[in-house]
Design a protein around this ligand. Sequence first.
Ligand code: 5MM
Length: 342
Amino acid sequence: MDASLLHANAKKMVAPGKGLLAADESTASCEKRFAAVGVPCTEETRRAYRELIVVAPGIEEYVSGIIFYDETIRQSTKDGKRFPDVLLEKGMLPGIKVDTGAKDLALHAGEKITEGLDGLRERLAEYKTFGAAFAKWRAVITIGEGVPSEACIDANAEAMARYAALCQEADIVPIVEPEVLIDGDHSLEQCYQATLAIHKKLFEKLAEEGVHLEGAILKSSMVIAGTQAAKQSSVHEVAEATVRCLKENAPADLAGIVFLSGGQGDEQATAHLDAMNKTGALPWPLTFSYSRAIQNPVLKIWAADTHANTEKAQAALLFRAKMNSLAALGKYASEMESERPY
Ligand code: 5MM
């Protein structure tokens, strides 16, 4: 393990004013997203859409790295340049989602366990040859009657820690992503407790596995009431509760914390990140690793005319990336949205 390389890459991923773009939708997720905007989902349409993102001029100003899916990291621009090479030339880092998805947790109805440890050492070695500098593994935690269970928390934390150790052995920065789902009618306090529980167990397991935190990134969901909750959370409540929750368990030597958007509105996700970064000095950089909250307008514009709308879609991508970059610095204001090009 080259600790200094891991540290340097992790630092680069969360450099001031920069964040990550999650473009690691599996083919099944792509099918759903493309169907929603009326675009056929083929290997070529997925490639063309991802090319638009990867080559967007100026994206490197706001985005330090892009997370790819197995198919995507192997794809190239129409001129034949591999996507990871395009990023590397622009000074960005290619990343790769390496889990193989969340499956039903046996004997625990409604709960999931993320799989993908089998053959992971070999897969990481191959991804390294494509230039992967970091990887991502997402665990799914549901809030409900009697859940998350201890078994679910324990099994997912254990898998994430084993994945993180394998990544570091391969000199790949691990992003550990326990996503507490926003779906449901749970309160902000219930989300706080579930997030606290998975983070606590995760950091215990990472320590047990000997994972070097200066070369690792936590990708967290925000502490927020469920979408069906009678009382919705304010921006201030989300920022305050999320930062408080992170301070409880996330060690100061962790390289950084990035957030998923998890189904929040595009501007809402930006406002939450900004409010967190306005709460004062924090032990770690807090930035974005959004998929939907950045890509929603991009996909919609591109889908309206996949031949003619590339530049318009890229302008939307740059705008959302810039807003989130400002939020990562605590310098965003909702009035800035009036300048959006879509
Ligand atoms: C892109 O979505 C990722 C999961 O994809 P699959 O379900 O297709 O495997 C997901 O891990 C994503 O990277 C993060 O959750 C962030 O996405 P959002 O849309 O929540 O910001």
